[in-house]
Design a binder for this molecule. Structure first.
Ligand SMILES: NC(=O)c1ccc[n+]([C@@H]2O[C@H](COP(=O)([O-])OP(=O)(O)OC[C@H]3O[C@@H](n4cnc5c(N)ncnc54)[C@H](O)[C@@H]3O)[C@@H](O)[C@H]2O)c1
Ligand SMILES: [Zn+2]
Length: 352
């Protein structure tokens, strides 16, 4: 089976991302050093993949326990982190033990957070099964949970020891979740990889191992350069300031992928209005988003409400709204000086 390996270079905390097919039950991919392991999966992924991962880990010499959490963003809470930690105590995990996150970004963020705080921090392995988790959330060490006051307001930077991506798991992923992940894939093309963008155009956004490995490589590069988001990592927020605003205003009825697709459409339109980007490139972005089945417009919101919600984005730096805007396919810039009237007009032009 062809198989890709991407290295995340972080000195002592460097790790590999293995990308291939039928990896889950293969002992050779797990570097568990005979430790005790707690696999955490949600109730959707557990019946599908828990036995395979258990077999692979057991064959690698680990002592394996498992714990199933409830699926969904609404369970991405401290309460679930506590349940995972209690399960770890019950399973007898010590400071040398490992947690394994098997599932989408919710499972990965929660399990990583639990691993970061259990006995003041133990190791963990990411086994992402959603496209979003494969190309985005499983790489880079951001872990956390939501508060009633907002998403991802608590968390820790805690790098995994390994990321194991079996692209075969995408076969069971609901189509709308595949589409959500595709929005992040397109994002990578626009912000830093014109070849990836062109490739997505050629294959009409059909996701392959090669594309996933390419995205992991891009994320690995950014994380290696800026682990804790002091600088370059901010470009990953492309489309997210506008996107989070519409996601919030829709009361999360609009999925994250759809929201950031609209966000990218708005950021692209803004770049054109500001004279930073060619209209033809903006059209290419729009077409690619539409090819993936993603929206480029929203309805039912007032531009002023979207603007106000953008101001509440936790990632804005002190009082100034910094926006990531494209200047070419494969290149973005950060701007905090764009005119409010222009931004409002652009938002309006993407609203029905
Ligand atoms: N840590 C980071 O850097 C980072 C980056 C981006 C997003 N995130 C977080 O990731 C989360 C979103 O991740 P997500 O979109 O994967 O959501 P998710 O974990 O809720 O997964 C989406 C749905 O798909 C199901 N699922 C996952 N894999 C499956 C498979 N192979 N077959 C069948 N069903 C499957 C899940 O059970 C869930 O119902 C958010 O909480 C977001 O904040 C984190
Ligand atoms: Zn995102």
């Amino acid at each position: 089976m062809p198989h890709d390996k991407v290295r995340v270079e972080l000195g002592r905390r460097s790790y590999n991302i293995e990308i291939g097919e039928q990896l889950l039950d293969k002992a050779v991919f797990y570097k568990t050093e005979h430790r005790k392991v707690l696999i955490v999966a949600d109730a959707n992924t557990a019946p599908l993949y828990m036995s395979k991962v258990t077999a692979g880990l057991t064959a690698s010499g680990a002592t394996v326990h498992s714990f199933v959490i409830e699926p969904g963003e609404q369970h991405k809470t401290f309460a679930t982190v506590e349940k995972i930690c209690c399960a770890a105590v019950k399973a007898g995990l010590d400071r040398r033990s490992l947690m394994v996150a098997l599932g989408g970004g919710v499972t990965g963020d929660l399990t990583g957070f639990a691993a970061a705080v259990y006995m003041r921090g133990i190791g963990f392995i990411q086994v992402p099964t959603s496209l979003l988790a494969m190309v985005d959330s499983s790489v880079g060490g951001k872990t956390g949970a939501d508060l009633p006051e907002g998403k991802n307001l608590v968390g820790a930077f805690h790098q995994p020891e390994q990321v194991i991506i079996d692209i075969g798991t995408l076969d069971t992923l609901p189509p709308e979740e595949l589409r959500n992940g595709t929005a992040e894939v397109i994002k990578y093309g626009v912000i830093m990889d014109s070849e990836l963008f062109a490739q997505l155009e050629t294959v009409n956004c059909r996701i392959s191992r090669e594309i996933i490995a390419r995205c992991c490589g891009l994320k690995a590069r950014i994380v290696a350069e800026d682990e804790t988001e002091g600088g370059i990592r901010a470009i990953l927020n492309y489309g997210h300031t506008f996107g989070h605003a519409v996601e919030l205003l829709s009361n999360f009825q609009l999925s994250h992928g759809c929201a950031i697709a609209v966000g990218m459409a708005m950021a692209g339109q803004l770049a054109v209005a500001a004279g930073l980007w060619d209209e033809s490139d903006n059209k290419r972005q729009q077409r690619l988003l539409e090819t993936a089945g993603l929206p480029v417009r929203v309805s039912g919101f007032k531009p002023a409400d979207i603007w106000a919600a953008m101001g509440r984005d936790k990632k804005k730096s002190v009082n100034k709204l910094t926006l990531v805007v494209p200047v070419a396919i494969g290149k973005v810039e950060l701007h905090n000086d764009l005119d409010k009237t222009m931004i409002l007009e652009v938002i309006g032009s993407c609203c029905d």
